[in-house]
Design a protein around this ligand. Structure first.
Ligand SMILES: Nc1ncnc2c1ncn2[C@@H]1O[C@H](COP(=O)(O)OP(=O)(O)O)[C@@H](O)[C@H]1O
Ligand SMILES: [Mg+2]
Length: 245
């Protein structure tokens, strides 16, 4: 269970990015976090693996408060897939990127090799394992970034805008992948149709706080609520979709 209690966070320039935010996400939940640009979503995600620490309030994961002392333990619990795969992939060979995290955590090399191979085969990346990540397509990079996180089998998977830059086929592939994962999942996305397909609960963020939450279908079909928070209905619920010609 992830609990944030009255969390506030200021950037060095004084911007208040989280404003007394409270939130509870249950173990096993697939939570979608939605909100307009600048609502504070990425700032919140960066708190979940201790990359940022709150200026006020506290966050705990499975009863363990996130602080400087237990950051290593927290990072073994929480796998964060960054919005930009280039922030995740930094070695000269895709395979080394996938092995980096688990070897760094001291996991057994043979076990890691076996897990990495299976994962890369499932994601259609095995043949590309010797390529530099910079030579991969955007979609391949996205899946490579997922592989680098999933290989550690984190009990909590956090994703920031996972479908940006994916073509429709890869987007569908990602929906299927996410839906087969048993971990607790937290997804930030502007792609409300993706949230609809992968999340059972939705939290709306605006101005650094949670303004509404509930069952996905209830929240994402509430046009007034979405519009009040700078959002629109998922495409599939918009009256002129699919466009008839
Ligand atoms: N490094 C930074 N320095 C100062 N302000 C920032 C920084 N990063 C983000 N912000 C501000 O914090 C607020 C929340 O940003 P962010 O968490 O990135 O929003 P979102 O991910 O919802 O679009 C915005 O007002 C943004 O301008
Ligand atoms: Mg963001």
């Amino acid at each position: 269970m992830i609990i944030a209690e009255e969390v506030s966070f200021f950037y060095p320039d004084g911007t208040k990015a989280l404003d007394n935010l409270s939130l509870t996400i249950l173990a096993g939940e697939s939570a979608g976090i939605v909100g307009a640009n600048g609502a504070g979503k990425s700032t919140l995600l960066n708190h979940l693996n201790g990359y940022f620490l709150p200026d006020d309030g506290k966050i705990s994961i499975g009863g363990l408060a996130i602080n400087k002392k237990n950051i290593e333990t927290i990072r073994q619990q929480v796998g964060l897939v960054f919005q930009n795969p280039d922030d995740q992939l930094f070695t000269a060979r895709l395979y080394d990127d996938v092995l980096f995290g688990p070897l760094n955590l001291g996991m057994n090399k043979q076990d890691v090799d076996a897990a990495a191979e299976q994962l890369l085969r499932n994601l259609g990346l095995w043949e590309l394992r010797d390529k530099p990540p910079s030579h991969l397509s955007q979609g391949q990079k996205r899946f490579a970034a997922f592989a680098a996180v999933l290989v550690m089998q984190p009990p909590i998977l956090v994703m920031d805008e996972p479908t940006s830059d994916l073509d429709p086929r890869n987007r569908r592939k990602l929906i299927n992948l996410v839906n087969t994962l048993q971990s607790t999942k937290i997804t930030v996305s502007h792609d409300l149709d993706f949230i609809w397909d992968t999340c059972n609960r939705v939290y709306i963020m605006a101005e650094g706080r949670i303004t509404a939450h509930g069952a996905t279908r209830e929240i994402l079909s509430n046009r007034e609520l979405l519009e009040a928070n700078g959002l629109e209905l998922p495409l599939r619920l918009q009256p002129d979709f699919p466009v008839k010609i």
